[in-house]
Design a protein around this ligand. Structure first.
Ligand code: HEC
Length: 149
């Protein structure tokens, strides 16, 4: 639970500040004077929803996919992909296999597709992409996809 570690650190900081100065307010305690105490290493402010998910997406998917609506690259934009029918993004030239797959993207189908695209939709054109075998890494990426609009 990364959140509780952070809260514990914040609490320790508050206690120290309170001990150091009886008059120190909560606001002062929450605003650390020591820069070394500042950085809880997260790429974005909302990493509580999907810790590391954006980074994992950037590493594995961003070469071909953007999360910006309408920003189709080598692959279609993945904005709002969760809950969507496969092959439904405007303006992208999908393979026939993907367009006619009848798949709807949810946690289960996304997970299977990211693990091994051909096992879910034979003849898809998501190439060259070799799949991610690490289930925890896939879960992070999917949480990021589901959280981003
Ligand atoms: C080498 C480029 C490339 C990489 C890397 C890649 N994709 Fe794709 N992706 C594509 C292409 C091209 C398509 C369209 C395939 C087709 O038309 O058959 C696609 C399609 C998809 C679709 C279906 C979209 C829809 O509108 O139905 C999903 C979901 C998807 N990719 C997720 C991912 C995720 C998540 C990653 C990273 C783990 C990833 N892709 C990595 C190129 C890529």
């Amino acid at each position: 639970m990364p959140g509780s570690t952070y809260r514990a650190r914040a609490l320790a900081g508050t206690l120290l500040a309170t001990l150091a100065s009886a008059s120190s307010s909560f606001a002062e305690a929450a605003d650390p004077a020591k820069p070394a105490a500042t950085p809880p290493a997260g790429p974005t402010g909302n990493s509580a929803t999907a810790p590391g998910g954006e980074e994992a997406f950037n590493n594995a998917c961003r070469t071909c996919h953007s999360m910006k609506p309408g920003d189709n690259r080598l692959g279609p934009s993945l904005s709002g992909i969760a809950g969507k029918k496969a092959g439904a993004t405007e303006g992208f030239a999908y393979s026939q296999s993907l367009k006619n797959s009848g798949v709807t993207w949810d946690t289960t189908t996304l997970d299977a597709f990211i693990a091994n695209p051909d096992a879910v939709i034979a003849g898809n054109n998501m190439k060259p992409y070799t799949g991610i075998s690490d289930a925890a890494l896939r879960a992070k990426i999917i949480a990021y996809l589901e959280g981003a609009k």
